[in-house]
Ligand binder design. Structure first.
Ligand SMILES: [Zn+2]
Length: 81
C-alpha cells in the first residue's frame, strides 16, 4: 500500500530527475561557451580616436612623447593630449 507521503516523495523525485535531465544540455552549452571564450582570449578593445600618428599611441603636441593607451594627459609633461 502506497501512502500519500510516499507518493509525494516519488513525484518530487521524478520531477527533480526530469528537471535535471532537461538542464544537462543547457549546462553543457554554458560549459562549452566558457571554454571557447577562454581559448579565444579577451576581446580586443575598440580602437579609439586617431589623434597621434600610427597605432603606437597618442603623441603629445607639446613635447612629442608618445603616450600608449588612451590617456587624456601626457605622462611626460602632464599637458592635455
Ligand atoms: Zn607631453
Amino acid at each position: 500500500m502506497v501512502t500519500t507521503g510516499e507518493l509525494y516523495l516519488l513525484v518530487v523525485t521524478v520531477m527533480a530527475l526530469v528537471a535535471f535531465a532537461a538542464a544537462i544540455p543547457v549546462l553543457l552549452d554554458i560549459a562549452r561557451e566558457g571554454r571557447e571564450r577562454l581559448r579565444e582570449g579577451p576581446v580586443s578593445p575598440v580602437e579609439g580616436a586617431d589623434e597621434g600618428d600610427g597605432d603606437d599611441g597618442v603623441r603629445c603636441r607639446h613635447c612629442g612623447t608618445v603616450n600608449e593607451g588612451e590617456y587624456a594627459y601626457c605622462e611626460e609633461c602632464s599637458q592635455q593630449l
